[in-house]
Design a protein around this ligand. Structure first.
Ligand code: GLU
Length: 313
């Protein structure tokens, strides 16, 4: 008797229905006022398989604030711009600390542990900015996202950017602190302006899953044929997502889901099943580590049903 391949369409449909019903939905990020008003009842999921086929359900076409998921794409851009020199100003070890922690920076003389905690992502943004005006750097990041998702309608939610600009006191502190060590090259307000705006890019699960395809397929979009990065770079970005993509919840995410993934405080998660699929989920309620509560549960259910964990079925 032949074993049937698991059915992706019914898995996605059933998981979305199950998530809509859950009562325990986590808490929205209230430290960015604009995100505090998002409805925790939302749930979206989109999966793009190796043939470019999209399977999606729930609120999969509603744009949300991608927040820290943008850090995967700024890391890709910065590596393209400065190559391995990037690793002089940021590490690539898991932090085991909250996303906005300041204590580790003092011990490590202003060099952030990895490109996905806030301090590290701000350094990455600063590297993209060097030699450009903030507007140009931001335009480059946005165009990159549009190119990857093959969708020119992707834009920045100016309300979210302004909201964070008004209240991002910790990020201001982190950046000034790194500046005192000479790690930040540009004026603090320029670097943070670009950072807050790329975090405020709004995308739907469908757009995000499209944008993540190159990471699932050795640096190349299998549908357009565009080569975005070399295979080795895609593999390395995936490894950083696996180790650092969920802050101090990265171990738990690897244990339960078993895929490289990056979360954002808007409630989104981008996950990569190498050779198989790019997956985006969105559920705005967060757990204590600032990662999407139901997003993680949904991804765990999906990888289990599909046998997609990189650690074996
Ligand atoms: N813009 C957010 C911040 O800097 C990103 C945090 C996140 O998504 O984890 O606090």
């Amino acid at each position: 008797m032949t074993k049937h391949a698991p059915d992706l369409a019914s898995a996605v449909r059933e998981i979305a229905a199950e998530m809509k019903e859950k009562r325990d939905r986590g808490e929205v990020a209230s430290y960015i006022p604009e995100l505090a008003c998002v409805d925790t009842g939302k749930f979206g999921i989109a999966v793009v398989d190796a043939d470019g086929e999209v399977t999606a359900a729930g609120d999969c076409d509603e744009p949300f604030s991608i927040q820290s998921i943008s850090k995967v794409f700024t890391l890709t851009l910065a590596l393209g711009k400065v190559g391995d020199r990037l690793w002089r100003v940021v590490g690539r070890e898991p932090s085991g600390s909250p996303f906005n922690s300041i204590v580790q920076l003092e011990r490590e003389r202003g060099i952030p542990r990895n490109p996905f905690i806030n301090a590290g992502a701000i350094v990455v943004t600063d590297q993209i900015l060097s030699g450009h005006q903030p507007r140009e750097a931001l335009g480059e990041i946005l165009r990159f996202m549009q190119f990857l998702a093959n969708d020119d309608s992707i834009s920045i939610d100016e309300h979210v950017a302004a909201s964070e600009q008004r209240t991002g006191f910790r990020n201001v502190a982190l950046t000034n602190y790194m500046k005192s060590f000479g790690v930040i090259e540009n004026p603090v307000e320029y670097t943070l302006g670009v950072y807050f705006h790329h975090c405020a890019i709004a995308m739907s699960c469908r757009q995000l899953a499209m944008a993540g395809q190159f990471l699932a397929h050795l640096g190349r979009n299998p549908i357009t044929g565009h080569s975005v990065v070399q295979p080795e770079r895609a593999r390395r970005i995936n490894s950083i997502m696996m180790m650092c993509g969920h802050y101090d919840g990265s171990g738990e995410f690897a244990y339960r889901v078993g895929l490289p993934g990056k979360s954002g405080v808007g409630g989104g998660i981008l996950a990569v099943a190498p050779g198989k699929a790019s997956v985006a989920v969105w559920a705005p309620g967060l757990d204590a580590n600032g990662n999407s509560h139901l997003g993680r549960i949904a991804l765990e259910a999906l990888t289990r049903r599909m046998g997609w964990s990189v650690f074996g079925a």
